[in-house]
Design a protein around this ligand. Structure first.
Ligand SMILES: NC(=O)CC[C@H](N)C(=O)O
Length: 378
């Protein structure tokens, strides 16, 4: 299937750097935070990850769209990225699983993209100057005019976005085989693979809206509480931090992924901060400080927890420690909370993605650790 005939498109960064390319996907104008993903595979999963809400994703992989689009790989019901920047879109989709082209999907879902961009130069710019706001337009190709709109657009710092992407209604993902545990999972932007990974281990997952209360959580009679990944600034997501504190005070075992790690950190009294350009890709090396084992892991985060590595922190809920660190930049990648008296694990979280779609499955053991925590075995 050939690409549609394309017209000129313009990309302008907040600091004034400008790139010219061609329209890819929908025509129009879009704004967001420019971030780059280094994943060489998994563009469908990236596009449909709700954590990318209000972000314009730059793909460092030079060829995007080669295997087209299917209805099996998405991580949610729609494409969430605010815009999409690629070097060279595939002219032909080639896979027995392909149902449509990527270009068609972007058009159908009104996602504005740009192709023909020197994504290597753009990525180096973001790496050196940091993530920043960006605009893409096929209708206003005057750089000065677009720059003014970029500078007037919303910032990621201070943005509370999880409620906008969350389910409105609770739904249940049934356990596969024998049901062993019930988990209340707060949907802050959950990816479909996460309840799936729990269900295949015998967990019945009740996915709750981001606005759920402690009563809603307890109504499920859960063995454990889970917080998902999600978009936005953890410092702006206060209601969910309060809910987590109440659950920890009631000794409900906890597991959090990505945003769920940042909110766990805040619930324990640590701060969070914005990374210069974040981690987005599927080959980030992380060390488990307990076992000293290194995992290759999938990431998508722009914020991180500020907690001391190698030190115990006394909190009102127990003793907190940093469990995992990133070997590229020493950033905190996991937290653990133990009961001050018994030393039993009360909760833990990781900044990366053990459900890994796309990505390596090195960190899949963390779902088993959640089961062991709920079973009070660790
Ligand atoms: N994938 C996520 O959960 C991202 C968390 C948060 N929005 C960040 O960018 O750091």
């Amino acid at each position: 299937m050939p690409l549609h005939a394309h017209k000129e498109a313009l990309l302008v960064l907040e600091d004034g750097r400008t790139f010219r390319g061609e329209s890819f996907g929908a025509e129009g104008e879009t704004f967001g935070e420019a971030v780059f993903s280094t994943g060489m595979t998994g563009y469908q999963e990236t596009l449909t990850d709700p954590s990318y809400h209000q972000q314009v994703v730059v793909m460092t992989a030079p060829h995007v769209g080669n295997t087209g689009v299917n209805d099996e790989d998405p991580e949610s019901k729609k494409i969430w990225v605010a815009g999409y920047v690629v070097r060279d879109p595939a002219r032909v989709s080639s896979s027995w699983r392909a149902q449509r082209t990527l270009d068609d999907d972007l058009r159908d879902q009104s996602v504005v993209g740009i192709s023909g961009i020197d994504t290597r130069a753009l990525t180096r710019h973001l790496r050196e100057r940091g993530a920043m706001r960006v605009g893409i337009s096929t209708i206003d190709t005057d750089p000065e005019a677009l720059l003014a709109k970029v500078r007037a657009s919303a910032e990621m710092s201070g943005a509370n976005l999880s409620e906008a992407v969350s389910t409105q209604e609770t739904y249940v993902v049934e356990a596969k085989g024998e049901k062993r545990f019930t988990v209340a999972a707060l949907d802050l932007g959950i990816k479909e693979m996460t309840p799936e990974r729990m269900a295949e281990r015998g967990i019945e997952v009740h996915v709750l809206p981001a606005t759920a209360t402690l009563e809603d959580v307890k109504a499920v009679n859960p063995d454990g509480l889970f917080y998902s990944n999600g978009p936005g600034d953890p410092a702006a997501t206060t209601g969910q931090v309060e809910l987590l504190q109440k659950a920890l005070a009631e000794d409900i075992p906890y597991f959090g992924i990505c945003f769920g790690n940042q909110l766990f950190g805040r619930a324990l009294g640590f701060g969070t901060y914005k990374l210069k350009y974040g981690h987005r890709g599927i080959n980030q090396p992380v060390m488990d400080l307990t076992t000293r084992k290194v995992e290759v892991t999938a990431h998508n985060h722009g914020f991180a927890v500020d907690a001391p590595v190698g030190e115990e922190t006394k909190t009102e809920f127990g003793i907190a420690t940093v469990s995992h660190v990133n070997l590229n930049d020493d950033c905190v990648e996991g937290l653990e909370l133990k009961d001050a008296e018994t030393g039993k694990l009360k909760g833990f979280s990781v900044q990366y993605h053990p459900e890994a779609a796309a990505g390596p499955h090195d960190a899949g053991y963390l779902f088993d650790r959640f089961i062991a925590t709920m079973a009070k075995e660790v």
